[in-house]
Ligand binder design. Structure first.
Ligand SMILES: Nc1ncnc2c1ncn2[C@@H]1O[C@H](COP(=O)(O)OP(=O)(O)OP(=O)(O)O)[C@@H](O)[C@H]1O
Ligand SMILES: [Mg+2]
Length: 452
């Protein structure tokens, strides 16, 4: 049963009808007191509520009602209905425990979608958790994600519980903890798995390019638009869009992104047609978004819009028990890929590795393992081999813009890796833990020639 609370009879009737059409039972009340009375006797599956009940548009009454509802039924998802102009109110609501907010005028599919997603999450939350890692791995495709520690298991369990829903997910965690990997795993274990997974690195996207990259453009839309271009949202239609490094997005682009997320429609530059898309959004960042919100660097409304579900990946330091497993995995894969003889890793090497700070987390460990194997001349590897290669890594993973010495070390490391890989860009990029694009950018930056 869905409870609808709205003082406008037109809205009550149309929401009621909409829910019926979607096969959901609904009951509607016009104001706060009758809502509370009903809620004392019944438990709905979900509540859809307006924020304003009188001519006053402050929304205070709505917030007050929400507080009471959350005391009576903390588990029941509440979806708020607000005007676009009063999004800050919705944000207040989310802080008080609302699950989602829809802006007026709404789009029918969007409401149904939100209701269904929240019903599913509530249902999943009330059923038992798959408790063992073994179960988890049997039930889901998690082949690339190595780890047995409780810390990573908890994240995987949550990720797999929400994978089948359409809920927006924010993946947080330090650099190199596997945010992208988990985003892909969510997509691969969802109904959308046979549709595109489109990754966009918002860190590399300037404010001026944002719209044409995300929404596409028509030929002639601006001076350099020589041909039509399909935007990332259109490419991801039916699938998942992964917005990486969302913390790097400038404020102007944040507003534009918020609009698409709210309305699920966008306008291709140079055309006045509204395009509709069906995309699931997963965002990732290693920045502290709440702090950025406090400092006014990140929009609070966008933060709550993307943060309906938060998965925080543990640092490698917090899951150091996984180190032996990870080391073996990376060593095995590297040897197979390069047709190297199997190697033996000495026990003392693991205890040594477990003590390292690994600020670059799994990426740093992976690079260290690969480099150590490639640099060592025999197949027995002990802690000394790791020590010899480690200094490099610590500096590499602490790159802070502009420090010449670190730039030099990075440059030197890229040159060495290119030599090992005989200028094969893909191989070198993989070994350095960079995307090919990121490696090319660095090759340009440092003026490194890479002809084969
Ligand atoms: N649990 C894991 N098992 C195996 N490999 C992993 C695991 N987690 C991460 N990796 C590997 O570590 C590297 C970094 O992972 P990923 O790119 O997903 O991290 P990230 O959190 O997105 O990092 P960044 O913040 O720097 O973008 C990749 O090569 C990935 O394959
Ligand atoms: Mg990443």
């Amino acid at each position: 049963m869905i409870l609808i609370i709205d003082d406008d009879i037109g809205i009550r009737t149309s929401l009621n009808l909409l829910m019926k059409q979607a096969g959901l039972d609904a009951f509607a009340v016009p104001e706060q007191n009758s809502a509370i009375k009903w809620l004392r006797e019944h438990t709905p599956d979900i509540i859809l509520m307006d924020m304003n009940f009188t001519v006053s548009t402050s929304g205070e009454e709505g917030l007050e009602l929400l507080r009471k509802v959350k005391i009576l039924h903390p588990e029941v998802p509440v979806i708020l209905i607000t005007g676009w102009g009063t999004i800050s109110l919705a944000v207040e609501g989310v802080k008080l425990g609302a699950s989602d907010f829809i802006t007026k005028p709404w789009n029918n599919n969007q409401i149904i979608e939100s209701v269904k997603t929240n019903l599913k999450i509530a249902e999943i939350n009330s059923t038992d958790k798959p408790d063992t890692n073994c179960n988890l791995r049997k039930r889901y495709d998690l082949t690339n994600i190595i780890g047995n520690s409780t810390e990573i298991k908890e994240v995987l369990i949550s990720a797999m519980r929400i994978a089948p829903t359409n809920a927006t997910v924010l993946v947080t965690g330090e650099s190199g903890t596997g945010k992208e990997l988990i985003a892909e795993a969510i997509h691969n274990n969802s109904k959308r798995k046979n549709k595109p997974f489109i990754k966009v690195n918002l860190g590399g996207l300037s404010a001026s390019l944002f719209e044409s990259e995300m929404f596409g453009h028509k030929r002639g839309a601006f001076t350099d638009a020589h041909t039509d271009r399909t935007g990332r949202f259109a490419m991801a239609d039916g699938g998942t869009i992964f917005l990486d490094e969302i913390g790097e997005l400038d404020l102007q682009s944040q507003v534009k992104l918020l609009r698409v997320l709210q309305e699920q429609t966008f306008e291709v530059l140079g055309s006045s047609v509204q395009k509709k898309v069906d995309v699931r959004v997963i965002c990732a960042t290693n920045r502290n978004l709440p702090l950025m919100v406090q400092k006014g660097e990140f929009r609070e409304d966008l933060y709550y819009r993307i943060n309906l579900i938060n998965l925080n990946l543990p640092s490698l330091r917090e899951r150091s028990n996984d180190i032996p497993l990870l080391v073996n995995h990376f060593a095995y894969k590297l040897c197979k890929e390069h047709e190297l003889p199997d190697i033996n890793i000495d026990k003392n090497a693991y205890s040594y590795l477990k003590k390292l700070p690994f600020r670059g987390n799994i990426r740093e460990l992976k690079n260290l393992v690969e480099r150590t194997i490639l640099m060592s001349s025999n197949s027995d590897i002990d802690s000394d081999n790791f020590i010899a290669n480690q200094q490099y890594e610590i500096v590499n993973t602490n790159i802070e813009g502009g420090l010449t010495t670190i730039d030099n070390i990075e440059k030197e490391m890229i040159i060495k890796t290119l030599n090992i890989y005989k200028n094969n860009i893909s191989g070198a990029a993989r070994s350095l833990g960079l995307s090919r694009g990121a490696l090319y950018r660095r090759l340009d930056k440092y003026n490194i020639s890479y002809e084969k």
